[in-house]
Design a protein. Structure first.
Lengths: 328, 351, 328, 351
């Protein structure tokens, strides 16, 4: 199996699906000739041409609105929003149109597409190049939301997202675009949506804590867990992979085992996806909880330029939460 | 810029001579005149009944198209078999023109168990996919870029499909309108963008939407063709839209066509079938009567037939029960996911 | 004190503030001559004229974008969005601009305004005239969010919102615009933001449950609580009034007393504000919880036309949740 | 529609004779020529250094204005004392022209403890309220309707304030642009909307933004005035913008002015102070030398002064420490609320 980084894996998934299915088109600001600001679509324009790899006007509303029309026609658009921070001028087309298309027509129409967009901080991008808006989409019924943490998942989940009959928001953690590397199966390779992965198991017999994380923060969870292990605390780490619909079962199973939960995400705490996770853990595992679930998240401020490493829920902030939870 | 089409099917004074395509559109308008009249009459009857039903609280909503039928019917009739129409809420009638059974429209309006939307959508949003009608949104303007995307897809797939979006003057103020016309220009899509300018958005006059004299001239900002017609003149309206369709089908790009309508400010004491000189039924009736294709008696029969059809369909729609509560959870996703199965159990347990 | 409904109370607040402060301007679709689709701004145009009560083009983005400019100038715009469902074409100006104006400039600029908009179902409006998008704004740092449940609060909180230095989203529960009536103080009258109200106290010595609610659903909470009382369960009802920043103290005090919580809101459950409330209750009252907090909410579907009374979290759905929680 | 202003301050061939207002603007352009040159040179020096600093990873971001200074400097200089300028990210230089100390710009760029934004914003977003510069957004187009709202507020308050928004050609595709020009037209605000058309948005050519030949003609769709000038000609640029300001101040409404720029595709091997005939420094230098207001020696002194100023400011900015972590929690709201006090304790405990 070849080794790839996230950018290569996503590129590979796009290429694979475009070769398989000529209804798939890629569109967005500078996705064509130059292959996108992060070069994720590099080479696709050369292979598939101007009709299937389309440089669009600078308008997220226009990209998403016309992509919906394409989807109604039967194409499978994969629009790229250059940064998730710029999705909001097109937010109405997503939440009022895309999410509701199937439902409002009793299933007669649907608008299948995958909206790809880089999320997260850590690249010195400041407040408009760093946000993680997942909860603003999970709240809206009718959307699936995916966020991979490694190249293999990135490829498998993107191919699954493109084939899934429902619209998918595919959030790419830009901080690990090139840093996360690993083996990626060649050719057609699908990872089922809606399945979380236990990426580290808790050791039995030790005080243990479940960590729920995804995307770039997964690596911080690992780092914090390593440090916690030195203090005799064993962490079970769940990579959510698909944020919605959620694999509650896997989460509940882990929490029932450990009785303790730490949720990690970059987005601001309040009304972030962490709140939903805590609420679901309450619903599903109340009697197993030995400590209040703790959220380690971005602060309830916009995303800072200078102090982004203070803002992000990095290992040094996750560790005390693990310890606190374990010793509660 | 295409030259303006005047209020009558005869060439406007000072206008350049019509090209072959426009001449053809004009001829086809005359051929379509009688069916057009009948469709307009039908929508008139339906809308009048719906206005009453809404006043009585029997339906939650209705967007009257009374007096604006020409723009709507012409859009639906000017579209070729393979073309798609993207109506706004007030253009619900387009689906009827294209063959959606009246019962389907009314079941949807009553949101009953027979409603194709399963009671999900408010009145005037009938799904009509098999008639190549796109789904209307409650959000003004939202469907316009979608219509452009649809035409763009057809172009990419090298299929001969034109899309027609119909929307109000208020919609021209939205970002969606800007995106739609701009993308249509840049990607030269086969789009006919029909603005039904009734001079009002809600209670606000058009002077609160734009400083320009016309909507048509906005086309200039996007490098697409434009036309302007009176919506009181059904044949001129058909001609302009049809010419746009033919032109778009030839790969010549998009047209923004403004249809100026004058719905009556109030229907109080108005003869519903001859409201004023602005009434598109009046003008078209005159042409048809002049040509011996319609007379008072034939129209009377037509009206009686339509009224009977509408009454029967309303009665049937009102008899149907409400949808089963479990239908609430259908169509959020292609399959009902676990969390909705759980939520469905909450209403099921009640049933 | 005169008796008013919600519409009259809000109108009174607007008129009062416009008389006090000529920087206050009202703007929106049809807010002028006709006084808005719900007649909330009726009569203001006659009194204050075209310059201060402005009928705008049909563009929520334009309304909010220009209102921010007005606010930068030093005016206090009070834009009306005709239905909260139509706020999304202007969402970017709220979340990227309005919410971040003060922060991104280190406090040098601010854009003070109050965005008024009707929310909620129960008027047979269907999916685009019924939504309750509060959590989509609470998640965004820099916005205050208010939702009154009665005419007195509506007036007092709106006047407070207009005077507050920060941008406020003022959500008006349209279902009770005319149904909720009560005495409203005349003239200048302010209810402090950020204070919840215990509108019914639990009786001590009885099994008791805290209900967290706001807006139109408060009345459903009352109805359910009445029925629960017949079953020997006593409810303490908290009207949140200001959703953000939240009066956690009042909530925590109540939950520590009852040990049981039911949260009620119209918005879909997932990532709704209820999730945040459950998470906060965990943080603040974990050891007092005798049962998992329960959310009674709109379903995770768009808002239906026909079956809206099945969709809404009405008393008949709140009651079983109260009983279940009390008997847990 | 205002007639186009040509590439040179002399009237364009075939253009109607300039009105008094334009003649005045032309005169003032000549008066402003020397300070304009110095400001352009200063921005050139600053931007060149910032490009390097970004390449070296010393700052996280920089939007080069090299070759496009005329549009930026002219906007700032054409504004009267009481007028407000709304720059986009690439127009950070407007604040310097209006008096923001270079140290303030650089402290902001380095996000250090002296940064007025407290390290909150990325480079090129210097707050400069006391210089009547509005805050730039990272969202392309977002500031344009804000500039219109600001002018509208002034009109309501009967104050003589014009606003100038500066933005790129890419921004014209946004809904915000549409809203801005439309509101400016409807409410006849004192707005000058300066589109700095460099023919590219990111890597995409302008043919992917619009089908029109020019940006200026988009004004027609909104009933506002338009003008088009070459951004290689600083005096023409000043004249067109200044005329718009004077016209707007007279209550004559908004102007959309397109300034066509030609930044070099690459700076590799280019003489930074005489890049090509497109370089606005080249043309303006020629005029100033012709009029005996500048010579090589004077320019050399100027350049040396500017370089020294910039070097010193950069060195100082780099020496300053990072902001204290507690500043993260300031300015979300006017007062730090309880939940942020709690969150602040999490980072404080680390310090
Ligand atoms: C984005 C959005 N904002 C506001 C509304 C509320 N609304 C419904 S119809 C309407 C006026 C529409 O005017 P126009 O587009 O001219 O169509 P007309 O009703 O005149 O046919 C408004 C403001 C809406 N549906 N969508
Ligand atoms: C709404 C939005 N979408 C995308 C971006 C990413 N982006 C930053 S600059 C830019 C190109 C801007 O082009 P133009 O407006 O012509 O200005 P120029 O860079 O040419 O000066 C893009 C796409 C953004 N900042 N905002
Ligand atoms: Mg209208
Ligand atoms: Mg550009």
């Amino acid at each position: 199996m070849p080794s790839m980084n996230m950018v290569q894996a996503i590129n590979d998934a796009l290429r694979t699906s475009m070769r398989q299915d000529d209804r798939v088109v890629v569109m967005g600001e500078d996705v064509g000739r130059v292959g996108g600001v992060f070069r994720v679509t590099q080479g696709l324009w050369d292979e598939f041409g101007d009709d299937r790899v389309i440089d669009t006007p600078l308008s997220e509303g226009g990209i998403l609105g016309t992509a919906i029309g394409m989807a109604l026609y039967g194409m499978v658009p994969v629009p790229e929003i250059q940064f998730a921070d710029f999705i909001f001028p097109g937010y109405d087309q997503i939440v009022s149109e895309l999410a509701k298309m199937r439902w409002r027509s009793g299933g007669e129409y649907s608008a299948k597409m995958v909206v790809r967009t880089p999320v997260g901080g850590g690249i010195r991008g400041g407040l408009y190049h760093s946000q993680s808006p997942e909860s603003l989409f999970i709240h809206v019924a009718g959307l699936k939301v995916v966020c991979p943490s490694n190249p293999r998942d990135a490829k498998g989940l993107l191919l699954a997202s493109i084939r899934d009959p429902d619209p998918v928001l595919f959030f790419e953690p830009k901080r690990i675009y090139r840093a996360a590397k690993g083996e990626v199966p060649e050719g057609d390779y699908v990872e089922e949506l809606g399945r979380a992965a236990i990426v580290r198991e808790a050791e039995s017999g030790k005080p243990s804590v479940t960590i729920l994380a995804w995307g770039a923060m997964l690596y911080e969870a690992f780092a914090a867990a390593d440090q916690a292990a030195e203090k005799g605390i064993s962490c079970e780490i769940v990579d959510l992979r698909t944020l919605w619909p959620l694999d509650v079962e896997t989460i509940a199973k882990s929490v029932k085992k450990t009785g303790r939960v730490v949720v990690v995400h970059e987005a601001p705490k309040t009304c972030g996806f962490g709140a939903e996770l805590v609420a679901l853990v309450n619903e599903h595992c109340f009697l197993h909880l030995e400590a209040p679930p703790v959220r380690v998240t971005g602060f309830d401020t916009p995303f800072p330029y200078t102090l982004e490493m203070e803002y992000l829920p990095l290992a040094h902030r996750i560790l005390p939460a693990i310890v606190e939870t374990a010793r509660y | 810029m295409q030259h303006a089409v005047s209020d009558s099917p005869a060439p406007a004074e000072g206008a350049p001579p019509p090209d072959a395509l426009e001449a053809r559109a004009r001829r086809e308008a005359l051929e379509a005149a009688l069916p057009m009249f009948r469709h307009m009459l039908r929508l008139r009857v339906v809308s009048a009944r719906m206005v009453d039903l809404q006043r009585e609280g029997k339906v939650g909503y209705h967007a009257s198209s009374i007096g604006e039928e020409a723009a709507i019917v012409a859009s639906a009739l000017a579209a070729r078999e393979q073309d798609w129409v993207f109506p706004g809420t007030r253009e619900w009638g387009a689906a009827l023109v294209r063959g959606l059974p009246l019962s389907a429209y009314l079941n949807q309006a009553f949101g009953n168990a027979e409603d194709a939307s399963k009671g999900h959508s408010p009145p005037d949003h009938p799904p009509a996919k098999s008639f190549r009608i796109a789904p209307a949104s409650g959000v003004v303007g939202a469907h316009v870029p979608q219509s452009v995307g649809f035409a763009w897809a057809a172009k990419i797939r090298k299929e001969d499909v034109v899309t027609l979006a119909v929307f109000g003057d208020g919609a021209t103020s939205t970002g969606d309108f800007h995106n739609a016309v701009n993308f249509a220009g840049v990607f030269k899509t086969a789009s006919v963008l029909v603005c039904r300018n009734n001079g009002r958005a809600g209670a606000s006059p058009i002077s609160r939407q734009t400083r320009t004299e016309t909507i048509a001239e906005k086309a200039i900002a996007y490098g697409v063709a434009d036309a302007r017609v009176s919506g009181s003149d059904a044949l001129a309206t058909f001609t302009a839209i049809r010419a746009g369709v033919l032109r778009a089908a030839e790969g010549k790009g998009a047209l923004l066509v403004e249809v100026v309508t004058h719905p009556e400010p109030s229907l109080e004491g108005v003869d519903l079938f001859a409201m004023s000189e602005h009434d598109p039924l009046v003008g078209l009736r005159r042409v048809l009567e002049r040509d011996g294709r319609l007379d008072a008696e034939a129209e009377e029969t037509m009206r009686a037939e339509l009224a009977a059809e509408v009454d029967a369909a309303i009665a049937a729609a009102m008899r149907a029960p409400a949808p089963n509560a479990s239908t609430l959870f259908e169509d959020v996703f292609a399959r009902v996911p676990a969390h909705l199965v759980a939520q469905r159990a909450l209403v099921k347990s009640k049933e």
